[in-house]
Write a protein that binds this ligand. Structure first.
Ligand SMILES: [Fe+2]
Length: 232
């Protein structure tokens, strides 16, 4: 069976070994990869679905008794296939640090406060034309110990399945103008500059909600020449 998704997509992906991003040195395969032809079940089998999404899962500011601290934002966009068509009814999951740059995770011991009103995880499904929309707060930058004074630029992690397991994409969305992007080995592990730019959202004045929230637009392309690069 031929590959169902264009292999040129892979050119947008970061190499598995990028020594500036230290943990890739330990986890990158030491031998050449073996191509695995896709089977029918991988192409047509069910993917994690939209049936378990609860109302409100797309609003990260409404998961607790009070509202989280930070700059409230709308993050929206479309999930697209290699031909620019919207991918309908597909699961989109996000996770992020709070406005102070802290995750609720025992490994995260950054000396920034947790927010009792913010968990930092949400999910939704795209509509009939591939659109999605989240409400959240802008995440803070955080230090991560990769090298002296290493700070991650503000980012939101995304996981998408698309139409099959083969179109699974885990990536990160960045914010325009963030000076930390130039110094971030994860962002810069994507070799092509144009591909890196596809991980940066666009400030979207038209989608802001007056007196309430700013907005960023982030379209995600699952495959093809305009593929959004994968990010850890
Ligand atoms: Fe992160």
């Amino acid at each position: 069976m031929p590959f169902a998704f264009p292999r040129e997509s892979l050119s947008a992906f970061p190499p598995s070994l990028h020594p500036d991003y230290k943990s890739t040195v330990k986890r990158a395969p030491k031998r050449p990869l073996i191509p695995m032809p896709h089977t029918l079940s991988e192409l047509t089998g069910p993917v994690y679905g939209h049936d378990s999404i609860r109302p409100g899962d797309e609003d990260l500011t409404k998961q607790h008794a009070g509202e989280p601290l930070g700059e409230r934002i709308v993050v929206h966009g479309r999930v697209l296939d290699e031909d620019g068509r919207g991918v309908p009814n597909t699961l989109v999951e996000v996770w992020q640090a709070n406005a102070c740059g802290r995750y609720i995770h025992k490994r995260d011991q950054h000396s920034a406060p947790l927010d009792p009103n913010f968990t930092g995880a949400g999910r939704t499904a795209t509509d009939a034309v591939g659109r999605y929309r989240f409400v959240t707060v802008k995440p803070g930058a955080y230090p991560w110990g990769n090298h002296p004074n290493a700070w991650r630029p503000a980012h939101i992690h995304f996981s998408l399945f698309g139409p099959s397991f083969l179109s699974r994409l885990v990536t990160q969305m960045y914010f325009p103008g963030d000076p930390l992007m130039a110094h971030d080995p994860i962002f810069n592990s994507v070799p092509d500059e144009k591909a890196r730019e596809r991980m940066v959202s666009r400030f979207d004045l038209a989608a802001t909600v007056p007196d309430w929230a700013l907005a960023y637009e982030f379209d995600i392309v699952l495959r093809g020449r305009n593929q959004t690069p994968a990010g850890p």
